[in-house]
Write a new protein. Structure first.
Length: 183
């Protein structure tokens, strides 16, 4: 059985270390797990219940919901912006939480990982992402975590996909996600 994991990256920057983490997950995923990075977060309008009309929601939001519905699990990859979750990732979770009680994230296994420049690796943002995903209806795996500090120096000359500690941590997270799916 192949477990499909969809990664949502909270950084839109081309050289993002968090995108590098997601790419490392794609590259090193074991044979029974496939990881796809969702590329459309930048085009999703801020959540507004007035435009979230059944059959007429914005196309970008509908595409996100469809992609998450097709996935078996979610990997949220979050940098830390001013001590908290980036708006683009929070906005995606907001869209996925609707309709209330039946959103695309409902009952979906979710893991949160990330890297940041600071000495804690972005744990505040990752905790906020876990909280938002759980309130939105996801099944957040508390034992599937990876926080990598010092991203700017650590990944200055080493790609996350070539860092053995990062790869080991990502494999643990992916294995925990796979174990929680019904695939």
């Amino acid at each position: 059985m192949n477990v499909r994991v969809l990664a949502l990256v909270g950084s839109l920057r081309a050289g993002s270390h968090n995108r590098g983490l997601a790419e490392a997950a794609v590259k090193h995923a074991p044979g029974h797990i496939s990881v796809e990075i969702y590329g459309g977060l930048a085009g999703i309008p801020f959540y507004n219940e007035d435009i979230d009309v059944e059959g007429d929601a914005p196309e970008a939001a509908t595409a996100l919901r469809d992609a998450v519905s097709r996935a078996d699990a979610l990997l949220l990859v979050s940098p830390e912006y001013n001590g908290t979750i980036p708006a683009v990732l929070k906005n995606a979770i907001d869209w996925l939480s609707r309709p209330y009680g039946a959103g695309a994230i409902t009952d979906k296994p979710v893991a949160v990982v990330g890297t940041a420049f600071g000495s804690y690796g972005g744990i505040w943002a990752q905790d906020e992402a876990r909280k938002a995903a759980e309130i939105a209806g996801g099944i957040v795996l508390d034992d599937a975590r990876l926080s990598i500090p010092g991203s700017v120096t650590r990944f200055a000359t080493t790609d996350p996909a070539d860092d053995s500690e990062v790869v080991t941590g990502l494999l643990h997270v992916l294995d925990r996600l796979a174990a929680q799916t019904n695939a």
